[in-house]
Design a protein around this ligand. Structure first.
Ligand code: SAH
Ligand code: SF4
Length: 395
């Protein structure tokens, strides 16, 4: 399926009829929306500030706007963000939210606190069409793409939970963002671009592109656009050094083999030694973790400004894989280090609540096309509580 056909088939429900959501609109769209209410452009800037800097969820709180305008806004618009279906906290402080979307679908976001920063792992799709063999999300069929509001809403929801409104300039608990949750972000690039431009806007959520990393399984034709339009850091899920093995582990490799993927990496806009591409490599016992694999990896990345992130495999119920032994991981890392390839072993976080890389999965099921085009806000208004068994299923 072409990228545009994919985007059409898995589009989020259209936001038609009823009150319209202001969250997720670009600045230009916000201005047009406000102009439609007969108000000048500076009102859109005020709204932007209230929504993305102050985190307002209610027009009534927007005290710099006239009472009359606030009342009119409340009649015609809403400030929607995802609803928390369940919230969990790991022993290591990692927090995971299962979020409910207006049409009843669900996605997960994870906040990982560290000493000097806090990273939010954001989802781009409900499920994933790409069936990487070691990934729990890959066992859940793709239901649909997330809208820009649903992507930016995950960041706002985290700010709510961390009590970080107004967006603090210093001492934030949410400093970094990784597009590494459920889904393949480059299969939903239009909405990801729209959402991240809002996230990066200095007068709002204000997370700089240097603190944002987008991870892709290797959707080669979309990589340049990601660099040109967003300029964020790129992470590539490599996981194997031969086409044979990568075809099996990361099936998109059959479409975009290693040679094409590495050519796209070399050409990634803005890539240089100070701004390297991260190659993610999941450590699978007896599958891709031999010293010979490590040497082949060094050769493969020889002429690319690269660093390697070794990810201990995170198990999930029913998987056929096991994580490499600590000794195998150390040997592998040492070979890369000897070749001056920075290669930290990623410390698994939130494993006890199934929040670590590749463990996310929500209970959503594929809906028929007709049900997917429901009016999100109409659905929102008659939102009903989730049945108890759907909230935890699959976790
Ligand atoms: N779809 C994108 C981003 C989400 S996955 C991608 O594939 O890049 C984020 C990272 O977690 C990817 O590198 C992915 O390969 C890795 N991953 C998936 N399942 C995993 C697991 N069970 N253990 C460790 N890492 C995993
Ligand atoms: Fe999808 Fe990424 Fe999981 Fe592969 S690793 S199935 S691309 S979420």
């Amino acid at each position: 399926m072409s990228q545009s056909a994919h985007a059409r088939s898995f589009a989020p429900p259209a936001d038609t009829g009823g009150r319209r959501n202001l969250v997720g609109l670009s600045r230009t769209e916000m201005e047009a929306e406000i102009a439609g209410l007969g108000e000048p452009a500076f009102r859109a800037r005020q709204l932007w500030h209230w929504i993305y800097h102050r985190g307002a969820t209610d027009f009534a709180a927007m005290t710099t706007l006239s009472k009359d305008f606030r009342a009119r806004l409340a009649d015609t618009h809403v400030l929607w963000r995802p609803q928390v279906a369940t919230a969990q906290q790991s022993q290591d402080g990692t927090r995971k939210w299962l979020l409910r979307l207006p049409d009843g679908q669900e996605v997960e976001s994870v906040h990982i606190p560290e000493e000097d920063r806090g990273t939010l792992c954001v989802s781009s799709q409900v499920g994933c069409t790409l069936t990487c063999r070691f990934c729990h999300t890959g066992t859940q069929r793709l239901v649909r793409n997330l809208s820009a509001a649903e992507i930016v809403g995950q960041v706002m929801l985290a700010r709510d939970a961390l009590e970080e409104w107004p967006s603090p300039a210093e001492g934030r608990q949410l400093t970094n963002l990784v597009m590494m949750g459920m889904g393949e972000p480059l299969y939903n690039l239009d909405n990801v671009v729209k959402a991240l431009k809002i996230v990066m806007d200095p007068e709002g959520l204000s997370i700089s592109k240097r603190k944002i990393t987008l991870s892709t399984s290797g959707v080669v034709p979309m990589m340049a656009r990601c660099g040109e339009e967003l300029g964020v850091n790129l992470a590539v899920s490599l996981h194997a050094v031969t086409d044979n093995l990568r075809n099996e582990l990361v099936p998109i490799n059959r479409k975009y083999p290693l040679a094409d993927l590495l050519t796209a990496c070399r050409a990634y806009p803005g890539v240089h030694n100070a701004r390297r591409i991260t190659f993610e490599y999941v450590m699978l016992d007896g599958v891709n973790d031999s010293p010979a694999d490590a040497h082949a990896l060094v050769r493969l990345l020889r002429d690319i400004p690269a660093k390697v992130n070794l990810i201990p495999f995170n198990p999930w119920p029913g998987t056929a894989y096991a994580c490499s032994t600590p000794a195998a991981m150390d040997t592998f890392a040492a070979i890369l280090m000897e070749a001056h390839l920075a290669s930290p072993i990623r410390q698994p976080r939130g494993q006890d609540i199934m929040a670590a890389c590749g463990q996310l999965k929500s209970a959503s099921q594929r809906l028929p096309r007709t049900a997917r085009s429901v009016d999100t806000l109409a659905a929102l208004e008659k939102e009903k509580p989730l049945p108890a068994d759907t909230a935890e299923e699959g976790l």
